[in-house]
Design a protein around this ligand. Sequence first.
Ligand SMILES: NC(=O)c1ccc[n+]([C@@H]2O[C@H](COP(=O)([O-])OP(=O)(O)OC[C@H]3O[C@@H](n4cnc5c(N)ncnc54)[C@H](OP(=O)(O)O)[C@@H]3O)[C@@H](O)[C@H]2O)c1
Length: 260
Amino acid sequence: MSSTISTSRTNHLSSLAFHEKDRVEPVCKKQLADWGIDYFDLYLMHFPIAQPYVDPAEKQPIGFTQDDNGKALQGKAPIQETWQAMEKLVDNGLAKSIGISNFQGSLIIDLLRYARVRPAVLQIEHHPYLVQPQLIQLAKSEGIAVTAYSSFGPVSYHELDMKKALDAPVLFENPVIKKIAEAHGKTPAQVLLRWSTQRGIAVIPKSNNPQRLQQNLDVGSFDLTEAEINEISGLDRHLRFNDPMDVSCLSDFEYPEASD
Ligand SMILES: NC(=O)c1ccc[n+]([C@@H]2O[C@H](COP(=O)([O-])OP(=O)(O)OC[C@H]3O[C@@H](n4cnc5c(N)ncnc54)[C@H](OP(=O)(O)O)[C@@H]3O)[C@@H](O)[C@H]2O)c1
C-alpha cells in the first residue's frame, strides 16, 4: 500500500461491546446496511480491549460502558476470538481486508502467531509528539501498512476538553514546524502530514472546512529533506492522548506533566 490519503470504504468494529465471536458478523452486516454497500475494503478492530455486550436497541450511541463509579467495564472476549470472527468476514465476502488499531508491538506479535488472515493495516495515533519508530518498523517488516490518525497531535483532542491535550503545546505553533513550513511555502498542517507520508505512513485527516480539506489533499507536491524529517521526529515526547489503558482499568489515572 502506498502512502496516501485514504478514500477506501473503511469501517471499524466500532464499539468495544461487539468483540464476542457471535457479535462480530451481525454488527458488520448492520454497518454495511447503514452504508448501503455489500462489503468493506477494510474492517478494523478499533481497540485491543473488549467491553461487555450492549444491545444497540437499548443504548445509542453505545460509547464506553462504565460502572457507577465511572470505571470502564471489562468484556470477556480475548483478542484471538475477535480476530478469528473478523477472519470469517473475509471468508464470507463482507470485508476485503481486516486490520487492527491502537495495538502495540507485543500484541501484534501475538496476533501474528494465530492469524490465518494477516492484518493488512495498523491504524495508530501518530504525530511528532508520539513517533513510535519501533512499532512502525515492526509493522513494516511484517508487511502491515501503517495509517496515522491525530496527525496534528493535541488539537484533535481539544474538543474533548482533555487536560493532557490542552496543556500540550500546539504543534502548528511549534518553531521547528513553523520554520520548515515557511521554508517550503506550506502550512504547518501540510508539513505534519508530509512528515508522515514521506515516511510511508498513510494519513486520514478530517476537517469540516473546505479550504483545509483542499490543503490536506495537497501534501504530495513538496518533499521534506532528510534533515527536516529527522528534526521533526526529534520533537518526540512519547505523549499519547488516546490510550487503550484509559478505557481498560485506569480511567482515573493522573498523567505526570510532559517535560520538554
Ligand atoms: N482508530 C482510532 O482509535 C481513531 C481515533 C481517532 C480518530 N480516528 C480517525 O482518524 C480520522 C481523523 O480524525 P482525528 O481525530 O485524527 O482528527 P484530525 O485529522 O487530527 O483533525 C483534528 C482537527 O484538526 C483540524 N484540521 C484539519 N485539517 C486542518 C488544517 N489543514 N489546518 C488546521 N487545522 C486542521 C480539524 O478542524 P476543522 O474541522 O475546523 O478544520 C479537526 O477537527 C477520522 O477518520 C477518525 O475516525 C481513529
